[in-house]
Design a binder for this molecule. Structure first.
Ligand SMILES: [Zn+2]
Length: 361
């Protein structure tokens, strides 16, 4: 079909405009127009591990995190400590602003060696949530025991029973074993705590593993000495239970123990403790929220990946502060900063908007 030349030119123009708009969306942080989309919406990011090649640890690569923090600084984004962000929401001072906070769960040693240096280089506040028995140094995080056993066994097959379900796995390459370890970990997040603990022992026995009592460096925590040292340079710390169970899968007594003991331990270990709790795996029930209210904690963070709107009432978000995972791919990171995560991007509308704003280049 012949296309009239003026329509052809229009189509070409629209196509080019779409391309330009999309590339702007994915390579630059917001223009003043896009910024309006995030006004009054806060972003809390969750990170876990930091790449540490010297010790064979995979995680957020240093160069990428540096370039993201550089971007936030260049664009003058407001980055606050988590406690300041929660207080700003409470006293209304963030009503017309959008703010970002960074959190790190689990307290692995790679934060003390690598992650903390990167945040410090940008004077970027960060809060680390600590499972306290892990920081004591005598315990592994439970999923790491599964991974270490499956990676190190010379058995070629694994037969496991979880709640009468028989599971069989072929143990092949390292990547196969990593997948199996993740599969078992995922399944064990959905069973009662006592079942989880007994299946872990079953996995270790089936692998013929006798793991050391304390984790090797690849799976090791930061120490309480690191906590005090990093606290002196501004890092803040919050509780993340004692043994990192999935809280709704525990009994009443254990749930109260995990919340109260971890908070007491963090508070007595560093003056930089903040009264904000992080739920393991982001899982919680109204029981945990009631215990935290009774403990008079200021807030709790979960893993619901969405913006925190300043118009939400504190009663709504206080014990369920949403957090985005931290993405290493730049376009996804920029999309969240731009306020576009979860939105259907109308590129035509953005292009029209761009014509009234010359500030995109
Ligand atoms: Zn955790």
């Amino acid at each position: 079909m012949l296309i009239p030349s003026h329509l052809d030119a229009d189509a070409g123009l629209v196509h080019r405009a779409k391309r330009i708009a999309l590339s702007m969306l994915t390579t630059r942080v917001a223009s003043s127009v896009l910024r309006r989309l995030t006004r009054g919406r806060c972003i809390v990011f969750t990170l876990h591990r930091f790449e540490d090649p010297a010790h064979g640890i995979a995680g957020h690569p240093e160069q990428i995190l540096r370039s993201q923090l550089e971007l936030l600084r260049r664009e003058r984004c407001l980055v606050l400590g988590l406690m300041e962000l929660i207080e700003g929401l409470r006293d209304g001072s963030l009503r017309e602003r959008s703010a970002i906070a960074f959190t790190v769960d689990d307290g692995y040693g790679d934060f003390a060696r690598v992650g903390s240096r990167i945040f410090a280089a940008f004077d970027c506040p960060v809060t680390v949530f600590l499972p306290t028995a892990f920081i004591d140094g005598a315990e592994w995080l439970w999923w790491d025991r599964i991974e270490a056993a499956i990676l190190s066994t010379d058995r070629r097959a694994l037969a496991i029973e979880i709640n009468d379900a028989a599971l069989k796995y072929e143990l092949g390459s390292v990547s196969d074993r990593m997948r199996i370890s993740l599969d078992l970990t995922t399944r064990l997040k959905r069973v009662p705590n006592a079942v989880r603990l007994s299946v872990i022992e079953q996995i270790l026995a089936a692998c013929g593993s006798s793991l050391a009592a304390a984790p090797p460096l690849r799976y090791a925590p930061m120490s309480w000495h690191d906590v005090r040292r990093l606290g002196a340079s501004g890092v803040t710390f919050g509780p993340h239970t004692v043994t990192h169970p999935i809280l709704p899968m525990t009994g009443d007594e254990q749930a109260a123990f995990e919340l109260e003991t971890s908070w007491r331990r963090v508070k007595e270990s560093t003056p930089n403790a903040i009264p904000i709790f992080s739920y393991p795996n982001g899982d919680y029930s109204s029981r945990e929220q009631s215990i935290l209210a009774r403990m008079n904690l200021a807030a709790a963070v979960c893993s619901e990946p969405r913006y925190l709107d300043v118009k939400e009432s504190a009663a709504e978000y206080r014990f369920a502060v949403p957090r985005f995972p931290h993405y290493d791919d730049q376009p996804h990171f920029v999309k969240i900063i731009n306020g576009l995560e979860g939105a259907v991007v109308n590129v035509r509308r953005l292009f029209r908007t761009s014509r009234v704003s010359a500030a995109w280049s």
